[in-house]
Design a binder for this molecule. Structure first.
Ligand SMILES: Cc1ncc(COP(=O)(O)O)c(C=O)c1O
Length: 335
């Protein structure tokens, strides 16, 4: 910020040195080669990329395959604002919160132009194997749609688990990531979209007519962060944050199970997704969440992420440990 040359208009596709930093990161983190000239674009946060990639390619009447429950922007900001039709792919517990691709109607697949995927997943905390991603890519090839893999939690993984990139499997699609979760920079609004050059070109064309880019000093700060990566192992600046969330996750999971609310431990993300306690199931998650609010605990009703989220709630581990202990005490009063 102190360097005046970082204060003028940036390029909406991202500064060259930023795109080069993203390319270096893909190489060390995933062993994926990308050309910063035409296979990467900056975005003003991943959310912008999720919405604007649809603006570039989706026409009225097209079908967009959206995970449900899912990050609401896939269905709203991306699909409905393009007058396209969202098709919900249910993410069910019995399928480890992965869409059952084999059960989607072939007519729907033929009309589909785009599929959003997001693993590690918000809101379920689920992860996807490379085999699953390969299967999705095969479907995309057979039915001629493209995949946007929204991957902002790629670094929010616990234990030995390392999240993959869809670009390790096929570079005909695009992947979105951002500094928001990786570097705890949610308010800085800096992300990137990488992959297929035709898709990147469409996104850049749209962006050039809408925004004037993420401030240069932010792009340069994020590049510094990305350059901390020397391999697929998280650098200290990232690992420190993830460790804090892992501890919070363990406190919440133990606390909920101790008071009789059976809840599984997610392997990734800072979310805990769990079915509402038995005695509230007939009333739905919204009623349960209202009851919790009256007891001073705010969590998100699953229905807010789509109809297949009914019966579930999402905890965000964004509060310090003492608040989590306090929340458990308050929850214990009503379950
Ligand atoms: C699945 C998913 N995608 C995208 C985003 C957007 O992140 P940002 O725009 O801050 O990069 C979020 C943020 O919560 C998210 O959960």
């Amino acid at each position: 910020m102190k360097i005046p040359k970082n204060h003028n208009y940036p390029a909406s596709m991202g500064e060259e040195d930023f795109r080069e930093a993203v390319a270096r990161w893909y190489k060390v983190r995933f062993n994926v080669d990308l050309d910063p000239k035409d296979e990467i674009s900056n975005v003003i946060g991943g959310k912008e990329g999720v919405a604007n990639i649809a603006r570039a390619f989706i026409n009225p009447g097209d079908i967009v395959l959206c995970p449900n429950p899912g990050y609401p922007v896939y269905e709203n900001g991306a699909t409905k604002l393009c007058d396209a039709e969202p098709f919900s792919m249910p993410l069910l517990r019995e399928n480890q919160f992965l869409p059952e691709l084999d059960t989607i109607d072939k007519k729907v697949l033929k009309k589909a132009k785009l599929m959003y995927l997001n693993y590690p997943n918000n809101p379920t905390g689920a992860i996807a194997s490379k085999e699953f991603l390969k299967k999705a890519v095969d479907y995309a090839e057979d039915y001629n749609f493209f995949i946007v893999h929204d991957n902002p939690y790629s670094e929010f993984t616990f234990g030995d688990y390392i999240a993959p990139s869809i670009l390790q499997i096929d570079q005909n699609h695009v992947e979105i990531n951002s500094a928001s979760k990786m570097f705890n920079m949610t308010g800085f609004r800096c992300g990137w979209v990488a992959g297929n050059r035709d898709l990147i070109k469409g996104l850049r064309n749209i962006k050039s007519q809408i925004d004037s880019g993420c401030p240069k000093f932010i792009q340069r700060a994020v590049s510094k962060g990305l350059d901390e990566y020397l391999s697929n192992k998280k650098p200290d600046i990232v690992q420190k944050t993830v460790d804090i969330y892992e501890k919070r996750r363990d406190i919440l999971i133990k606390g909920l199970n101790d008071i009789g609310w059976k809840t599984d431990k997610p392997k990734a993300t800072f979310y805990v997704w769990t079915q509402i306690p038995e005695k509230y199931r007939d009333f739905g998650c919204m009623e349960f969440v209202k009851k919790l609010i009256n007891n001073g605990v705010v969590i998100t009703p699953g229905i807010g992420f789509g109809q297949y989220g009914e019966g579930f709630v999402r905890f965000a581990l964004t509060q310090p440990e003492d608040r989590i202990y306090e929340a458990i005490e308050r929850i214990n009063l009503i379950i």
